[in-house]
Structures are given as C-alpha cells and as structure tokens.
Design a protein around this ligand. Structure first.
Ligand code: C2E
Ligand code: MG
Ligand code: MG
Ligand code: MG
Length: 281
C-alpha cells in the first residue's frame, strides 16, 4: 500500500519537474527572442552618499515583461540564461543599454552593473566588458561591477584574474549581497574590492533586532580598517536611514531613496535633484 502511494508521489513529482522544465524552456525561448527584438530593458536605482544625502550613482537592474509570460524577475531569468548558455548576449545587451543611459547623467555619477557567476568563470569577460563600454564611450572609471561571493568561489583563480584586469582599467568592483554567502571574510582578504554591499536581509531587520545592528556595526568597522566603502542595500524608511547613518555606513540604496526606474524617469529624478541642489546654492 505504502509502495503504491510512494509510486504515486513519484509520478506527481516527475510531472512537476516536467512542468518546470517546460516552463523554463518557454522562458528561454521568449527571452532569446526578446534579446534579439531588443525588448529586455534596464532600470536604474539610485545609490546615495549617506554623509551628504546626495546621489552618487545608479545600479542597473534588468527588467523584462513578456506578452504571454508577464513580468519575469531577473532572479529567474538571469540564472536561466546562465544555465542555457546565453548569458553573454544578455549581459552585452544590458551593459550596452545601461552605459548608453549613463552617458546622459552628470559625469560624477557612476554606473553599477551586476556580473553573473558564469561571467566570472569566463576569462574573456574583462576584455568583452571593456570593449563594450569603450564602444559606447563610457569612461571605465565611471563603471562599477557587482559580484557575489558565490560567483567568486565558483572559480576563484579566473574570477581573481578578471577582477584585477578590470581594476587595472579603472573599473571599481563591489562585493554584492555581503553576509549571505560563505567564507565572506576570507574573500575580503584574497580579493581586491572597492566596496561592500551589505545584504538587505540585515538592513530590513535593523529596527526589529539588536543582532542585525551589531552585525552591521562590525561590518562597517571592518571595512573602515580595510579601506572599503560600505553600501547598505534595501533601505525602506527614514528610521532605517537614520540608524545606518548613526552606525557609520557611508552609502545606502533602497526604496526610501528611490525605486528602480527606467532611463527616462531616471533623468527626471536627476533633473529634479539637480535643480534642488542648484537652488540651494
Ligand atoms: P541585487 O543585485 O542584490 O539587486 C538588489 C535587488 O533588491 C533588486 O531586485 C532591487 O530591485 C531590490 N531592492 C532594492 N531596494 C529595495 C528595497 O528597499 N526593498 C526591497 N524589498 N527590495 C529592494 P531585482 O531588480 O528583482 O533583482 C534581483 C537580483 O537579480 C539582483 O540582486 C541581481 O542579483 C540580479 N540581477 C538584476 N539585474 C541583473 C543584471 O543586469 N545582471 C545580472 N547578472 N544580474 C542581475
Ligand atoms: Mg546588485
Ligand atoms: Mg544585492
Ligand atoms: Mg540580491
């Protein structure tokens, strides 16, 4: 009896897997077409200097809405593009668009772009990225690349080489989602980063529990010693912003300062701010 039930469960399970694979293939096809048809978009979220309350740069975030599938999150389609071997063409489209948009911003603002783990395993990545921004005409010193610990760990030697080549060209590198991966501290010693982005998981609990506050305090103090800039991700309200400032966190990002918005809305956001700055002078 239990055997039959067990087999029944296996049947249901494999049907689920089949369903998932079918959906993945559906997404894959639609995404490949969207890349060709230039329908994958990039939005930008402001990164703010908490010491002066000024925008210092924007993080590019991939956005895609398919006619049949609806909105698909980048945390779904980026890993899929990696698995199915077309992350390179996706990343190229995204970086090209993002860099193009950044050309219209004030020159002192940087563009932060996420690199996927697959890109960090491919030795050709640094020259490919540099050639894209060269073609677009964006100064490499205005580019920042966000990488995660998990990505770095997949092939540490290749990743290290990519990071050092990029940094030699003037590109800055930040460690994204800090605190959620493994062996975080070792990575900070072995790699040369410019920035650490504290994961939203710590920031969102800062008002609720003291532990997160202590953890953030420790990260800030460690980064001071290592001469790394610290960015707190996912700041959603004023209270969180004040706490992070008090803890000495230099930079912040989150819905409180601005949600990711398309290139046009980003220009509007900037022109509003810059008018304020000009008026206050
Ligand atoms: P991430 O790089 O850590 O990006 C931050 C995520 O947090 C974004 O989600 C952003 O919209 C969200 N976020 C920002 N502020 C807040 C806040 O105050 N509250 C909350 N609840 N969320 C906030 P998104 O855009 O869905 O992206 C998810 C992940 O997908 C990114 O995490 C990144 O790992 C990946 N991703 C997005 N765009 C790209 C891309 O162009 N290339 C690559 N390789 N990965 C990308
Ligand atoms: Mg990021
Ligand atoms: Mg992050
Ligand atoms: Mg993340």
């Amino acid at each position: 009896r239990s055997k039959r039930r067990g087999r029944g469960q296996i049947t249901v399970y494999s049907q689920e897997i089949a369903q998932e694979m079918k959906r993945a293939t559906q997404i894959e096809q639609a995404l490949r077409n969207a890349i060709i048809a230039d329908q994958v978009d990039v939005h930008f979220q402001p990164i703010v200097d908490l010491r002066s309350d000024t925008v210092v740069g924007f993080e590019a975030l991939a956005r895609w809405c398919d006619a049949d599938l609806g909105y698909v999150s980048p945390s779904v389609f980026v890993p899929l593009a990696e698995e199915r071997g077309f992350i390179e063409s996706l990343a190229e489209t995204l970086l090209r668009k993002a860099a193009q948009a950044a050309l219209s911003w004030p020159k002192e603002l940087f563009l932060s772009f996420n690199l996927s783990s697959a890109q960090l395993m491919d030795p050709a990545t640094s020259s490919r990225l540099l050639s894209i921004i060269h073609q677009v005409g964006l100064d490499p010193r205005r580019l920042e690349l966000e990488i995660t610990e998990t990505a770095v760990m997949a092939d540490a030697d290749v990743a290290q080489r990519i990071v050092s080549d990029l940094r030699a060209a003037g590109v800055r590198v930040s460690l994204d989602d800090f605190g959620t991966g493994q062996s975080s501290l070792g990575r900070l010693r072995d790699f040369s980063f410019d920035k650490v982005k504290i994961d939203r998981a710590f920031v969102s609990r800062i008002s609720a529990d003291r532990a997160s506050e202590h953890i953030i305090k420790a990260i800030v103090s460690m980064c001071e010693g290592l001469e790394l800039e610290v960015v707190a991700e996912g700041i959603e309200d004023f209270a969180e912003a004040l706490k992070l400032k008090a803890l000495g966190c230099g930079m912040g990002q989150g819905y409180f300062y601005g949600k990711p918005a398309d290139a046009v809305a980003t220009m509007r956001y900037l022109s509003d701010r810059y008018r304020e700055v000009a008026a206050s002078r």
